[in-house]
Design a protein around this ligand. Structure first.
Ligand SMILES: Cc1cc2nc3c(=O)[nH]c(=O)nc-3n(C[C@H](O)[C@H](O)[C@H](O)COP(=O)(O)O)c2cc1C
Length: 327
């Protein structure tokens, strides 16, 4: 079967590719659809455990009922194009089984491998940024994924993890058919703060043939323009910059600042809540609290509203809080 490399298709348009970067606890189907509406070209899932999929596949049909790992990958094909499932783990055989399952059953547009996560429970498993430190294991993981799918495979790495820099990492896999790399321009020791190194991302071009996406610290139109200019990347991966402001995708696309009216933001909050409730049922609003707080950040007199939003339990609560703020 021929590979549908949507990354190349997007690159050929000549416009910067705008990507919703993966964020565990945030980039679920409801939020991905909102980001798509505002102009995201590629949407990443929250990270999914290759190991959990490996074991769920082995237990297989004997175990009926809900499977939270599999539910993490649910998506709406029509409204979430292009959709990429991101895997984390450390063992090639786990990635191979997970890739088979995703390719056959989930059928997203692409599969991504996490080499950047700094969270201790991930690092302890030898996954995420810890895996990036081990060049031969990283290569084996990528080979295992490529061998099991016709979907385009991408990777997400950091500027540096331990002694291994992004350029060395990419050199080590330059002969493999990896369709895209998202480079978080911060080192593992920087974590999530400090300036990303966009010049390093520019230098990655020498070692990588596929699409290059720059990530880190893009919070507004100006930082997006600077990141594109300095990195020479094919696109941008947006993460915290779009929390509570998914219209940043549109601002970048149109090259124009957008000042959304408060009524519009409130409508968006309600639509987000409705959509999340449809997918996740009763508890959706509890999970949504963190998003709701982001939407009202910076709003005049919002601290009182935030206090209420962090204890919202259902849609009516949310509507009431919004109505009270308007008074
Ligand atoms: C809450 C949160 C969850 C994240 N989850 C993931 C994840 O599941 N997979 C991943 O590769 N990166 C994850 N990241 C990292 C982001 O994708 C991104 O690389 C990082 O936040 C830097 O971009 P920013 O400065 O624009 O936020 C997460 C970041 C945050 C803040």
């Amino acid at each position: 079967m021929k590979q549908n490399n949507f990354w190349q298709k997007l690159k050929l348009t000549g416009k910067p590719i705008l990507v919703l970067a993966p964020m565990a606890g945030f980039t679920d189907s409801a939020y991905r659809r909102i980001c798509k509406y505002y102009g995201a070209d590629v949407l990443y899932s929250e990270m999914v455990s290759a190991t959990a999929l490996y074991y769920s596949d082995r237990i297989g049909a004997q175990k009926k009922g809900k499977n939270p790992t599999r539910e993490l990958m649910d998506f709406n094909r029509r409204q979430e194009k292009y959709y990429v499932v991101q895997l984390f783990g450390s063992k090639p055989e786990h990635f191979a089984a997970a890739t088979r399952l995703i390719t056959d059953k989930v059928k997203p547009d692409g599969i991504d491998i996490n080499f950047g996560c700094p969270v201790s429970k991930i690092i302890k498993q030898g996954a995420g940024a810890d895996l990036m430190k081990n060049l031969s294991q990283s290569r084996a993981v990528i080979e295992a994924v490529l061998a099991e799918t016709n979907l385009p495979v991408s990777i997400k790495i950091r500027a540096k993890s331990g002694e291994v820099g992004a350029l060395e990492f990419l050199k080590n896999i330059s002969d493999l058919k990896v369709a895209a790399v998202m480079i978080h321009g911060r080192t593992l020791s920087q974590g999530f703060s400090g300036l990303p190194d966009f010049k390093l991302i520019k230098a990655a071009r020498q070692h990588f043939q596929g699409v290059i996406i720059a990530n880190g610290g893009i919070t507004d139109l100006e930082s997006a323009k600077l990141a594109l200019k300095e990195s020479g990347a094919d696109g941008l991966g947006l993460a915290r910059g779009i929390l509570g402001r998914p219209w940043l995708f549109k601002e970048i696309k149109k090259n124009k600042q957008i000042n959304l009216k408060l009524s519009h933001i409130f409508k968006l909050m309600i639509n987000h809540a409705v959509s999340a409730s449809k997918n996740k049922g009763e508890n959706a609003l509890i999970e949504l609290r963190k998003h709701l707080v982001w939407y009202v950040q910076g709003l005049e007199g919002a601290s009182k509203m935030r206090e209420k939003l962090v204890s919202v339990t259902n849609l009516d609560d949310l509507k009431k809080i919004i109505k009270e703020y308007k008074k």
